[in-house]
Design a protein around this ligand. Structure first.
Ligand code: SAH
Length: 365
């Protein structure tokens, strides 16, 4: 019988685990602190549990974090960890220090199934969802590697679910992980400081609204359905109008002050004056902050980043109408850790890599 990995269980999950093995639910609280605050993985060291209970835990459970295979340090202080999973694939996690805060960019899937044409993760194809222990394990590892003391200053103050994968396509595991991020017995990061980014899975945004009050970021990237469907095929299923309606429901119910709109700047694709005007029109009435992301290139892509003057002009059109629009600082690009560059090592189960290679051959013949 395989042993349960307690690393990925949130308070509720741990309480049911203890109920199943005939123990009191309050044990869950003790375990959360041992695992996430003290990062103890050996039950024998959990000194406030009886010997008999420690023995029982050793027989039925384990605390098994994923392993860092390689660490890269950028000259701007950004760190990237390649994390080796037991299945042989690897994923990437990025730590971005800024004055007074540290943001961890967390992956939710091995690869991604969404096929956005400008994203390097998509080119890798899709293998599987990450387990909750592998998602929260990235935060666990960041604290371990950066040497956080159990009661010391927080090194990770913010989390963005913006690594590899579509977090809302791995809903339950992402929710359990975000519950752990917030729990004071684990990481104590408020939901305001946890941001989930989605390419627009409308029904799951509605579900998230009921379950978990995190900050929401939308990868919009285009102001009309024609362009958006070309670069984000999911738009065919959930077009812009439906997506923005779901955002409205999210801010209304969650009393969120705003939603972040991500907009990657692609030269000649979505960066014209008309695009900026269309963006203003469609976002009317929705409290948003717009984050313009300079496109980060990766091998094999035909897209180019809009020039600096074009990005500045685009930004000015937005800000002139009173919208908040910032340009995302590119961090960690010297270690291939910037947005959309995370690729890991994915054994593609969708054969997307093969299809793409064939398409390229056809295109260039
Ligand atoms: N699947 C989710 C989470 C990924 S977040 C989502 O789509 O939101 C990563 C962010 O970086 C998204 O906004 C994504 O669209 C953007 N991105 C992807 N490829 C990029 C690239 N090459 N350059 C800049 N940003 C990119």
């Amino acid at each position: 019988m395989s042993r349960t990995n307690l690393l990925g269980l949130d308070l509720k999950g741990l309480e049911s685990f203890f109920a199943e093995i005939g123990e009191k639910p309050f044990r869950a609280r003790q375990l959360l602190q041992w695992i996430h605050q003290y990062r103890v993985v050996d039950f024998a060291e959990m000194t406030n549990l009886s010997k008999a209970l420690r023995q029982k835990l050793e027989e039925t459970a384990e605390v098994k974090p994923p392993k860092v295979e390689q660490e890269y340090l950028s000259k701007d202080g950004t760190r990237k960890w390649i994390i080796k999973l037991s299945c042989g694939n690897s994923i990437e996690t990025v730590y971005i220090p800024e004055n007074g805060r540290g943001t961890l960019c967390v992956s939710s899937q091995v690869g991604c199934a969404l096929e956005c044409t400008f994203c390097s993760t998509a080119q890798q194809g899709f293998n599987r969802n990450l387990e909750s222990s592998e998602i929260i394990g990235q935060l666990w590892l960041a604290n371990e590697t950066l040497g956080k003391e159990p009661k010391g200053n927080r090194v990770v103050t913010n989390v963005v679910m913006m690594g590899m994968g579509e977090p809302l396509a791995n809903y339950n595991n992402v929710i359990a992980s975000m519950n752990l991020m917030r729990d004071d017995l684990a990481y104590g990061i408020s939901w305001r400081r946890v941001t989930l980014s989605t390419s627009g899975m409308v029904p799951m945004i509605d579900k998230l609204r009921e379950d978990c009050h995190v900050s929401l970021a939308i990868s919009l990237h285009a102001a009309n359905d024609k362009v958006r469907s070309e670069i984000i095929p999911l738009n065919n299923k959930y077009p812009i109008a439906e997506l923005l309606e779901a955002c409205k429901r999210y801010v209304d119910v969650q009393q969120r002050r705003h939603i972040t709109i991500e907009y990657v700047m692609l030269a000649g694709i979505n960066d014209s004056t008309q695009d900026a005007k269309d963006l203003i029109r469609i976002l009317k009435g929705l409290p948003v902050k717009i984050n313009l992301i300079p496109f980060n290139p990766f091998p094999g892509t035909d897209f180019r980043c809009s020039s600096r003057p074009v990005i500045s002009r685009f930004q000015k059109i937005l800000t002139d109408t009173g919208l908040v629009a910032t340009i995302r600082k590119t961090r960690g690009d010297d270690i291939v850790a910037a947005c959309g560059q995370l690729a890991g090592e994915v054994q593609d189960k969708t054969r997307r890599t093969q299809r793409l290679a064939e398409e390229k051959v056809v295109r260039f013949q």
